[in-house]
Write a protein that binds this ligand. Structure first.
Ligand code: FAD
Length: 314
């Protein structure tokens, strides 16, 4: 069976949930082979094997010193050397760029923001606010597929993984842009937005920079907090929490939209959520077309009641 390369997302050696989802999707296609960049591959070997990785290709941390290009050179080299069936990455902004560059090097095609993948590499996309599902397949070369976090449920399938050190000779172009500083965003008590099972987002309807009505409901649910661009542009919430076309893409089990109209650009970042609950005082708000459950009302009345009720039941 051909190998399917999976670029591992990890923070300080801890494998992110999305990688376990990618390994699950990779198993449908072939033998998952994790590609680890940086230190700590041996320590993470067991976790990767738990989700079916039979190989862990470990590459030098030096690749992280440069902006995206070295990762693409590594993935393209491995894909060719190992005759891989496909390359899977998470659909983060950085990895989508890695995916595009890798596909160019392989002379193949790239599919991004994929929400599901079949054994014969047909990729599913959800578009127009989830109203349309499209299917696409790369017809030439080794397909490179960027899969959205929280799209494919992770299922363990224990395997034995061996670690193999790999190296790539970086081109001058790959080392042209060097990372000079990394700013680690403060890690709050809440789950990371793109990985969270529940997201509670606030929009212009919140009405001020006092986002506590959103945060209180999020904390009652153990959720991450998100925001619409209108709320971010108003300076009410930091921009790393923006959900949408120009923000983060989320796909949680539950997405709660408080005072968000449901503009197409906002939908682009949350339309694949499994359950959508909207609270909006306008019964005609477009978010209700997308919502599984809708409450027409003032969020400042509805959300605190919901928070109180959830806290009572805990
Ligand atoms: P509004 O559209 O103003 O909606 C506010 C809603 O709150 C209304 O429906 C109103 O009825 C309701 N409301 C008001 N008060 C209350 C209350 N007390 N209780 C309950 N409901 C209330 N937007 C994004 O979100 N993410 C993006 O990534 C993004 N990218 C963009 C990229 C481009 C190129 C462009 C052009 C736009 C982008 N936008 C994005 C902006 C997008 O078009 C919308 O303007 C934005 O999503 C609106 O945010 P909102 O729903 O919070 O505000």
């Amino acid at each position: 069976m051909a190998e399917v390369l999976v670029l591992v997302d990890h923070v300080d050696g801890e494998v992110k949930k999305v990688t376990t989802e990618l390994l699950t999707a990779a198993r449908r296609v072939g033998e998952p082979a994790a590609v680890w960049i940086g230190d700590g591959a041996e320590a993470a070997q067991a976790r990767l094997a738990e989700f079916g990785a039979v190989k862990v290709y470990a590459a030098s941390a030096e690749l992280n010193d440069y902006v995206v290009a070295p990762k693409a050179e590594l993935l393209a080299k491995l894909a060719q050397e190992k005759s891989a069936a496909a390359v899977l990455v998470s659909a983060t902004p950085e990895n989508k760029e890695v995916a595009g560059r890798t596909a160019v090097k392989l002379g193949s095609g790239v599919l991004t923001d994929v929400v599901d993948l079949t054994a014969d590499l047909v990729a599913e996309h959800s578009v127009f606010g989830g109203a349309v599902v499209t299917h696409a397949k790369v017809r030439t070369g080794v397909p490179v597929v960027a899969v959205r976090p929280n799209s494919v449920p992770a299922e363990p399938a224990p395997a034995q993984a061996e670690v193999e050190q790999v190296a790539v000779e970086l081109s001058a172009a790959a080392t042209a842009a060097r990372v000079v500083e990394r700013v680690v965003q403060e890690k709050g008590a809440r789950p990371e937005l793109t990985e969270a099972a529940i997201v509670v987002s606030g929009g212009r309807g919140v009405g001020s920079d006092d986002f506590s009505v959103v945060e209180n409901l999020a904390d009652a649910l153990g959720a991450a907090v998100g925001a619409s661009r209108a709320a971010v542009d108003s300076g009410w919430y930091p921009n790393q929490f923006q959900v949408g076309q120009t923000g983060k893409t989320v796909s949680p089990n539950l997405y709660v939209a408080l005072g968000i109209s449901g503009a197409i650009q906002h939908r682009a970042g949350m339309q694949t959520s499994k359950n959508i609950v909207a609270v909006n005082k306008d019964p005609e708000a477009p978010i209700f077309e997308l919502a599984d459950f809708g409450v027409v009302g003032d969020l400042h009345t509805v959300a605190p009641q919901l928070t109180e009720e959830i806290n009572k039941r805990r």
